[in-house]
Design a protein around this ligand. Structure first.
Ligand code: F6P
Length: 363
């Protein structure tokens, strides 16, 4: 194999450049040229396929820095549907004109499905990434079962792992995706910082973290030592939550609650999704999980609860919400992610060079 392509797809993570760096460094050793495809699968649709030579003369370009977040290639959430036969044919022809003999797709659950139609024509390997850590592989005990696996609570059309895609190693019990550790690091810091202010003002803090329908980031926030963590996989028992909040508040006069953005009530409704309102411009405004939870606690605890303890404040002032937001997937990767992602990138290059198609790189 003389020339391969690499692209980054889906939401970004801090470790994408590190993965690309691993791809290119290993390719240098193996004497393979690497073409970076700009803007993920979206770039392939462009008649010119915008691209970047990442290792002219088998030397990595200096602009590719494994320690910098984002992606030098840009990313998009565009995927080519297998039924768009004409488009697919044109894309494959363009890739072949560029001399691309294999493609490494750096991505998560959307990407693993997005690469399938192309892999029927050009070998593809997945270098995994997602801050959500929800590639679904953690649930597989028998590799043969994995076409049946869906991430619990995950309802997206991409949630099903294709049975044709194989793992390089079957031992995946402790599998994690690059980007996750950095997201957890950011969230844990946010929680520690939130605690000192909640404590100073005797308030209840509700910190919303990402993860879509998956609770891994919320669970990982335990490193920041919150008092309560709510994950989408376990429906919220409001009575129990209220009891626990009261117990903790009695004890330490402040509470830090972490809530995964996809948390659900006992009927399976996403918290916040029900309380949508229309703004003056006619746009639908969805309330997030944290605001919905804040409202529930305001109603349940009432102003009286805090007037007694804080003298003047009402419940609305005493309970505050914060979203950690996109800082979870922006900025520099922590060292673990940087090295882990680099190794997976290198492994993905090896898979293609060793003639594998439709494989996921693991260590
Ligand atoms: O999949 C990664 C992720 O960051 C999720 O945790 C989050 O729900 C989603 O992407 C947000 O994506 P965007 O801001 O790109 O719409």
């Amino acid at each position: 194999m003389r020339r391969i392509g690499v692209l980054t797809a889906g939401g970004d993570t801090p470790a994408l450049n590190a993965t690309i760096y691993g791809v290119v460094e290993r390719a240098n050793q193996l004497g393979v040229e690497v073409i970076g495809i700009i803007k993920g699968f979206g770039g392939m649709v462009d008649p010119r396929i915008p691209h970047l030579r990442l290792n002219p003369l088998r030397t990595t370009i200096p602009e590719l820095r494994p320690d910098i977040g984002g992606t030098i290639l840009g990313a998009s959430r565009t995927y080519i549907d297998k039924n768009e036969k004409e488009l697919l044919k044109a894309v494959v022809a363009r890739l072949r004109r560029l001399g691309i003999e294999g493609i490494i797709c750096v991505g998560g659950d959307g990407t693993i499905n997005g690469l399938q139609p192309i892999s029927d024509f050009i070998p593809c390997a997945l270098a995994p990434k997602t801050i959500d850590n929800d590639l679904g592989l953690n649930y597989i005990e028998e590799p043969n079962d994995w076409e049946l696996i869906e991430t619990p609570g995950h309802k997206s059309k991409y949630s099903r792992i294709y049975s044709r895609t194989e793992l390089e190693l079957a031992d995946i019990v402790n599998y994690a995706t690059p980007g996750y550790a950095t997201a957890v690091f950011v969230v844990a810091q946010a929680i520690e910082r939130t605690r000192t202010t909640a404590e100073s003002h005797r308030r209840i803090a509700i910190v919303e973290v990402m993860g879509r329908d998956s609770g891994y980031i919320a669970l990982g926030s335990a490193y920041g030592q919150p008092d309560i963590i709510l994950v989408p996989e376990i429906p919220i028992d409001i009575e129990r939550l209220e009891r626990r909040v009261r117990e903790i508040y009695e004890l330490q006069k402040h509470v830090v609650i972490v809530v995964g953005e996809g948390v659900r009530d006992e009927e399976g409704h996403q918290l916040g999704a029900k309380s949508a309102s229309v703004d003056p411009a006619g746009n639908i405004q969805f309330t997030g999980a944290s605001e919905a939870l804040q409202q529930i606690l305001i109603e349940r605890l009432g102003d009286g609860y805090f007037q007694h303890r804080r003298r003047h404040d009402n419940a609305k002032q005493a309970i505050f919400t914060r979203k950690v937001g996109h800082t979870q997937r922006g900025g520099r990767p922590i060292m673990f992610d940087r090295f882990y992602a680099t190794q997976l990138g290198g492994k993905a290059t090896e898979l293609l060079v060793h003639g594998r198609n439709n494989h996921i790189a693991t260590l």
